[in-house]
Write a protein of this length. Sequence first.
Length: 150
Amino acid sequence: MITRREVIVALVATAATFCLARAVDQPTPLMGSAVFDWNTVPAMQTPVGSVRSFFKAPTATLDQLEVHVTTLNPGMASHPPHRHPNEELVIVKEGTVEVLVNGEWKRVGPGSVVFNASNQLHGLRNVGTGPATYHVINWSSPGMLKKAQP
């Protein structure tokens, strides 16, 4: 015999599950045209320098577009060489860095642009005597994020 209390608990649990599932299934709104003022994006300190995260959102043509700016202290790397399915551009703003491209470390400075192709091993380290700052623009083409999920 099911009690009235058990029915109410089951209804509340079902409603909560439905609401949670709807919240998780809600697509992130598409990013439209916008301006992101350097002075309004806070620099978050990291163990190797700092990072400013400008945005990370879907657009009309991409599953995700992300831009952040990293500043590395001298002698530091943001992380070990790695690979990922998304492609990215790195634009050096200041400092001297070495980038791992096609198995070879190359030294570049301000104004240099690095393209990291999909699933290619790459890395970046500050080899200068002062801070190195670079912009990172990476994107996930349609369907890439779904393929990356288990």
